[in-house]
Design a protein around this ligand. Structure first.
Ligand code: AGP
Length: 618
């Protein structure tokens, strides 16, 4: 859950490192630091608790000699609080070696005891410094940074991406990864390392993603990848499909505002290239027809917002209805601890925006180790979870920087629907005309989301200002609206820090209605009266029940639904759509509301407290 950057080449490295870290701050922002081997061959280092701006200010007032070899780090604290001493880089070998780390070294305590008994002293409480001191000891013995790395990483347990450089070997940065991300940027006479491609996309879009238990050495002349035993490894290159501008705010007041506005494109781009003549054909899945024909069960695993994309009846209901294959939905962090039944005919589908969520990654590994087939729906090329999966369907939402996931959420539902229709075609479970009917619904979604944004953004901004002092908000939904109620509650919690809870509307009278008191705001996702008359009537009576107890009801209802008008205090309108496709529209007002309320409270919408964009520890 940290951001790391490395650079070797002809240019001064400090600004390259700092601008790379700025694009990685969403991975953690408790503290930041850089280390540089300067023109005199000295190793300089500066690190500060707080956001990257604190480090920048410090460097401006106390400049560090620049140099063309450097590493940089922005941290989300795991071992040791966010202090200057615990910030990375950590130095060793008489401060001639600098190390940065992303992950958790699970056996650091015993290694630290071993080193302390050998007379080594420590300046921080971090697991990273233990790795640095261990590496320093190995380097002092071998004099070769790559060999020292190999001797070191084979003793570490847990999840780590480590970068290091040594004063005696300028022009060389070495990295290693296990269960944590690391990608390589290939430049002209210069090379880069990063937690993800945002670290270097402004300099190059040519990239390599190294695999599990591999070591990479970069110099201005080239890149060498070896496994932990020293064997050279061939690595697949890939092209980054978005540019640096896409990773910037582009003039928006926040990344979240930019990303909510990009929700239509996120859906449209995820559909691109996957629909031919009204039929879904996902190119990345070519050659896997037998796999999909043979499955007898699907299990969808994810965490947080990604879980809601598949939760309840959205992903599950659609895929089961279309493919006639039973679909279960499981929180990734629960999955492997319940000893699930898995067979070669089970397809475990993971959903992850970052592709680095440790809970989800460990669940995928567990599934594979127990014989299931695995498919990853992911938004980050070259990420770890896709690389651990048998098949991949990338969402093309573009970089999602705000911690609160929005455009990736609608892209994940879109990818799940494409997958369901793709499998239904292969299994003959739907006719071409049935598939093309759903395809037409999907293809109409970007314009419909755009319409919600155009017609309701101002209304919702006013609503959130009126509600700025709210202390609690409830969300009700039924059927496919239920996971949207959960998502609306999560969004509100994570960026406004107020209590919010989502319920299945039918659950109300079994307890939650006790929460209703005069003035209690309740968002209600109302099913279509055209498509689900019975459910619509039940939800309208739920609204009457809570209004009778003083609730303030904000209804999300389709255009033309007049029955809801006298029942609700506010009505937010969404265009008509088939029941399975309504969630893609109903979630948009909830994203806008959470963002508006956070702004009304003057909070940091993009980097909410206690959170990070990618939870790469269990
Ligand atoms: C969503 O707004 C949250 N930031 C969080 O729940 C997130 O969805 C979850 O941590 C999963 O992340 P992933 O999609 O990168 O795996």
């Amino acid at each position: 859950m940290c951001g790391i950057v490395g650079y070797v080449g002809p240019r001064p490295s400090q600004e390259i490192l700092l601008s790379g870290l700025a694009r990685l701050e969403y991975r953690g922002y408790d503290s930041a630091g850089i280390a540089v081997i300067d023109g005199q061959g000295d190793l300089g280092m500066r690190k500060r608790a707080g956001k990257l701006s604190v480090l920048r200010d410090d460097l401006a007032s106390h400049p560090l000699a620049d140099g063309t070899t450097g590493i940089g780090h922005t941290r989300w604290a795991t071992h040791g609080g966010p202090t200057d001493e615990n910030a990375h880089p950590h130095l060793a070998d008489d401060d001639k070696l600098a190390v940065i780390h992303n992950g958790i070294i699970e056996n650091f305590a015993e290694l630290k005891a071993e080193l302390e008994s050998a007379g080594y002293a420590f300046r921080s409480q971090t697991d990273t410094e233990v790795a640095a001191v261990l590496l320093g000891r190995e380097y002092a013995a071998s004099g070769d940074l790559v060999d020292a790395f190999r001797a070191t990483v084979t003793r570490l347990e847990g999840a780590f991406t480590l970068l290091a450089m040594h004063r005696d070997q300028p022009g060389l940065v070495v990295g290693a990864r296990r269960n944590s991300p690391l990608v390589i940027g290939l430049g002209e006479g210069e090379n880069f390392l990063g937690s993800d491609v945002a670290a270097f996309v402004e300099h190059t879009r040519h990239a390599l993603a190294i695999g599990q238990d591999q070591i990479v050495a970069i110099t201005p002349e080239g890149v060498e990848v070896t496994d932990f035993h020293g064997a050279v490894v061939e690595v697949e290159p890939f092209e980054v499909t978005w540019d640096a501008a896409a990773a910037d705010k582009g003039g928006w007041r926040s990344f979240m505002a930019k990303e909510v506005a990009e929700e239509p494109e996120a859906v449209a781009n995820t559909l691109l290239g996957r629909i031919r003549n009204g039929v879904v054909e996902i190119p990345e899945l070519d050659g896997l027809d037998d796999l999909f024909a043979g499955i007898t069960r699907m299990v969808v695993i994810a965490a947080g917002t990604a879980a809601y994309a598949s939760d309840g009846h959205v992903g599950k209901y659609a895929i089961e209805q279309w493919t006639r294959v039973p679909v279960e939905v499981e929180l990734a962090h629960e999955f492997r601890y319940r000893d699930p039944v898995l067979t070669p005919e089970t397809l475990v589908i993971s959903i992850s925006q970052s592709g680095e969520t440790m809970d989800t990654l460990m669940a995928v590994k567990y599934a594979r180790e127990h014989g299931a087939k695995t498919l990853s729906i992911c938004n980050t090329q070259g990420a770890t979870i896709p690389r651990e999966s048998d098949a991949i369907v990338y969402t093309h939402a573009g970089p999602e920087v705000a911690v609160a996931s929005t455009k990736a959420f609608v892209a994940q539902i879109t990818a799940l629907y494409l997958l369901g229709l793709h499998i239904a075609r292969i299994r003959g479970a739907l006719s071409p005309s049935e598939i093309s009917q759903s395809v037409r619904e999907l293809e109409a979604i970007p314009a419909k989301i755009r319409k919600v944004l155009d017609t309701e953004t101002e209304h919702i901004a006013q609503l959130s200002h009126w509600m700025a002092d709210t202390r609690s908000v409830l969300f009700l939904g039924r059927h496919v609206g239920y996971p949207i109620a959960l998502e609306g509650a999560l969004k509100l919690k994570e960026i406004t820090y107020i209590h919010a809870e989502g319920f299945a509307a039918g659950e109300l009278k079994h307890g939650p209605i006790a929460l209703i008191e005069p003035g209690q705001p309740v968002f209600v996702i109302v099913p279509s009266p055209r498509e689900s008359a019975l459910l619509h009537a039940k939800v309208v009576s739920n609204i009457e029940e809570i209004r009778a107890r003083g609730a303030r009801v904000i209804a999300i209802a389709e255009e033309g639904d007049v029955a809801v008008l006298p029942k609700a205090d506010e009505v937010l309108r969404i265009p008509l759509a088939g029941p399975l496709f309504e969630p893609l529209l109903a979630v948009v007002p909830l994203h806008l509301f959470a963002m508006g309320l956070a702004e009304a409270k003057g909070l940091d919408v993009d980097q909410p407290r206690n959170l990070a964009k990618s939870v790469t520890v269990e």
